[in-house]
Structures are given as structure tokens and as C-alpha cells.
Design a protein around this ligand. Structure first.
Ligand code: S3P
Length: 448
């Protein structure tokens, strides 16, 4: 696949203990939403700690193309002068969301109830991902779409001129789809209702409430019922973006499998809809502690300490937890390789439609590195070899997927032989400081 310019082959060599503080970047989900909701508010939203990864920068460019003023003040401080709900103007060119499924799906929702026509595209990974999951519900509001076969990008969406509110039950566990429907509902008159059977990350609901929208969430027999009153005036906010638990996963997992390690990851967002990996690691016997637990900007936050954990055991991961750790299965499968016995992961069909087919990408790379894996459509089992017994030594394909590239870099830190990836360039989408940060802790990650 191509799409990120020149590939950057990378190698991670076995290293000594990882020690120190890992100041990981801002949360990707909250960063996208800060820019989009800032663009839909009236006035100036101030954002600190924004993730300045390619995915989020693409969303910032898109918001500017819709007419918001997006200003980078340096050091992660940004401001957005919004155009108000329903105020998006028609961009005069194609909106390129790069590698970002979150970016494109949330923006499609946000523009679907505006009287404008927009063409979206992305890189080879994004242009292969399913978009019908968003175009189906936005059609109910009155938006039309034309894309490539299978509902793929590039795709043009004609926003609804006279939108109507919608009641929609999200058919798969997807915060992106839920959020797209809620953002579309913002410019529809009356009440839009979204029902999700399984709880997914709830940043959109929390942030909409913060921006002054009338939104309620009810836990019922049919699931989480979210009711949003359309056409509010969103009030600009001051947002401090917490650090990303999905990025923290990499130094945390690296510390857990690398002998002698002791790493502190300060100020991590620990929203329960995101923290499933840490619960799972503890069940496997990982030495993780939360320090200084607190609440910041409506999100629970703590400092997370991870230490080398020599007696990891394989477990059956609770499928009910899948949505709360959906982006962390690749790096969990690396930790599982260093555990004794099998780690069983079920109910994870969504992994097949991420930036890559993550079950296939990880299973193939783990096997090349000497770890046995069984897999089916919505499950996989990693047969752990125990600490010190993972051979390594192979080069894996990252398939334009940042989390696949970083997972294999983590594996190389504690395997017997180095582990390489054919292309580490996608890491810049979510964790642009991965190499210096891991190097500062003592990892030996180099560009070949
Ligand atoms: C995200 C939701 C998840 C996740 C993605 C970010 C979000 O996708 O994989 O990295 O910010 O809403 P799905 O909602 O499609 O599972």
C-alpha cells in the first residue's frame, strides 16, 4: 500500500530497563472533537495539549476549509473561532482526511445537515475502509452520498437542505458512528436519539454537554439511549486535552515486558470507556498502579506507573470490555506473547476494519517472530511463550497502521532478536514523538 510518502523502515533492538517519565501526546479522540466542536461553536475555543499528529492536523485543515479560523499558537496551544451550528461553508476543494477514520466519519456527520456538498478522500488505508456505517444514518437526516464500490472513499456528500431529526440504533459498537449521528443531529430541529447496545467511548456526549448542548444519556434495557436537542448555540470552551491512554499503552506495555523497567506515565485520561487495557494487564499479573487520581475537564485522569512484570499469565479477555480497549489489542497481543499460556480475545470483529485488518496484521507478524496464533473472523488466540522466550528476528508489514508499527517496535525491546517494520511513517498520525520518547526511556529504536 502507499499513501504516506517514502516508507521509513525501523528496527527495535532488545534493550535494558526502561526508566523515567513518559509524557505521551494528547488524546486523539478528544483532539479531533475539540477542533470540530470548536468550529461549530460561536466564538473562540481555546485548546491546550492538542495532539499535533497528522490525523488531527488534517481535521484542523478541514475545519478551516469549512470556514472556521484555526490558529496554532505553538506548544500544543490552539484556538478555533467557530462558525456556529449549521454555519459550515462549502469547501472549495476536496477534504483529505489522510489516515483518519475518526476525522472523516465525524466530519461527514457534522456537515451532513448543512446545505453544502463536500468530497472526501484519504490515504490508501482510509480509502479502503467502510463508510456505509455513516452514510446509512446520515441518509435518514436527508443527506445523499455517492462513493466508490462498497461505500468507499473518495466520496461526495450532499448535505440535507431541510434536515429532520433521527432515531438511530447503531448496529456495531462504534463511537465514530455514534458521534457522526450526534454531530448531524446538532443541526436538525427537534430531538435526535441514538441508541448503542454496547457502551463505546463517550467523549462526544461529555463534550457536547460541556459546549452547552442539551443532551441526556439513559441506561435502559435496550442499551444506552442518548437524546440530543438540535440547533443549540454551542458556547466556546477552554479545553485541556488529557494525554492519550491509547498512546500510553505503548510505554506501559514496553515496561511490563522489559526486565528491570519502571516507567511513570503522568496525566493519563482514564475515562472508563477507554481504560480496558489497564484492567486486562492487571488481570494478567502486570504491576500497574494509578497515582494521584483526579478529574480534569470532565474526564478522570491519573498518573500511571508500570513496572516489569516477570510472571504474566495468559487470560480470556472479557469480550464486554472490547470497546473500551479496541485500539489496544495489537499491543496487548505483544504482551500476550511474553505471558505463560494462551490469551484469548473474542468479540473483536471491528479489529478487521481499522487502519488495517489488525488481527491479520498482528497474527502474521507474531508468527514471523516465532509466536503461534490462531484466529477466526471475530476472535484470536495468542500462545504465550513466557518471558525471555520470544524469538523475534523478523521484519513485519505495518500496513499503513500506526498501532501495528508501534506494537512490533515494543516487541523488539524484549524479544531475543531485534524486530523490524517495513514502514514506521504512519506512527506520525497519532504519536509523532514515539521515537525520542521511547529512546529517552532507554529503548533502542532506529530508522534503518
Ligand atoms: C474513535 C473510535 C474508535 C477507535 C478510533 C477512535 C473515536 O473507532 O478505534 O481510534 O475517536 O471515536 P470505532 O468507533 O469505529 O470503533
Amino acid at each position: 500500500m502507499s499513501g504516506h510518502g517514502t516508507p521509513i523502515p525501523m528496527t527495535s533492538r532488545p534493550c535494558g530497563p526502561l526508566k523515567g517519565e513518559a509524557n505521551v501526546p494528547g488524546d486523539k479522540s478528544i483532539s479531533h472533537r475539540s477542533l470540530i466542536l470548536g468550529a461549530m461553536a460561536v466564538g473562540e475555543t481555546k485548546i491546550s495539549g492538542l495532539l499535533e499528529g497528522e490525523d488531527v492536523l488534517d481535521t484542523g485543515k478541514a475545519m478551516a476549509a469549512f470556514g472556521a479560523e484555526v490558529i496554532n499558537h505553538g506548544g500544543g496551544n490552539w484556538s478555533v473561532h467557530g462558525v456556529g451550528v449549521g454555519g459550515f461553508g462549502e469547501p472549495d476543494n476536496v477534504i483529505d482526511c489522510g489516515n483518519s477514520g475518526t476525522g472523516v466519519r465525524l466530519i461527514m456527520g457534522a456537515m451532513a445537515t448543512c446545505d453544502i456538498t463536500v468530497t472526501f478522500t484519504g490515504d490508501a488505508s482510509l480509502n479502503g475502509r467502510p463508510m456505509a456505517r455513516v452514510t446509512d444514518p446520515i441518509a435518514l437526516f436527508g443527506a445523499q452520498s455517492v462513493g466508490r464500490a462498497g461505500g468507499r472513499l473518495p466520496m461526495t456528500i450532499v448535505g440535507a437542505k431541510d434536515p429532520v431529526p433521527v432515531r438511530y440504533e447503531v448496529p456495531m459498537p462504534s463511537a465514530q458512528v455514534k458521534s457522526a449521528v450526534l454531530l448531524a443531529g446538532l443541526n436538525a430541529p427537534g430531538k435526535t436519539v441514538v441508541i448503542e447496545k454496547e457502551a463505546t467511548r463517550d467523549h462526544t456526549e461529555r463534550m457536547l454537554a460541556g459546549f452547552g448542548a442539551e443532551i441526556s444519556v439513559e441506561e435502559t434495557g435496550e442499551g444506552r439511549v442518548i437524546t440530543l436537542t438540535g440547533q443549540p448555540e454551542l458556547k466556546p470552551q477552554v479545553i485541556a486535552v488529557p494525554r492519550d491512554p491509547s498512546s500510553a499503552a505503548f510505554p506501559v506495555c514496553a515496561a511490563v515486558i522489559t526486565p528491570g523497567s519502571d516507567v511513570l506515565v503522568p496525566n493519563i485520561g482514564l475515562n472508563p470507556t477507554r481504560a480496558g487495557l489497564f484492567t486486562t494487564l492487571r488481570e494478567m499479573g502486570a504491576d500497574l498502579t494509578y497515582e494521584n487520581e483526579r478529574e480534569e475537564g470532565g474526564e478522570p485522569v491519573a498518573d500511571l506507573r508500570a513496572k516489569f512484570s516477570p510472571n504474566l499469565m495468559g487470560i480470556e479477555v472479557d469480550p464486554a470490555r472490547a470497546a473500551s480497549m479496541i485500539d489496544e489489542y495489537p499491543v496487548l497481543s505483544v504482551v500476550a506473547s511474553f505471558a505463560e499460556g494462551e490469551t484469548v480475545m473474542r468479540g473483536v470483529k471491528e479489529l478487521r476494519v481499522k487502519e488495517s485488518d489488525r488481527i491479520d496484521a498482528m497474527a502474521t507478524g507474531l508468527r514471523l517472530n516465532g509466536v503461534e496464533v490462531d484466529e477466526g473472523e471475530d476472535w484470536w488466540i495468542v500462545k504465550g511463550l513466557g518471558h525471555g522466550n520470544v524469538p523475534g528476528g523478523a521484519t513485519c508489514a505495518s500496513h499503513l497502521d500506526h498501532r501495528i508499527a508501534m506494537s512490533f517496535m515494543v516487541m523488539g525491546m524484549a524479544a531475543q532478536k531485534p524486530v523490524s517494520v517495513d514502514d514506521g511513517s504512519p506512527i506520525a498520525t497519532s504519536f509523532p514523538i514515539f521515537e525520542p520518547l521511547m529512546g529517552g526511556l532507554g529503548a533502542d529504536v532506529v530508522r534503518d
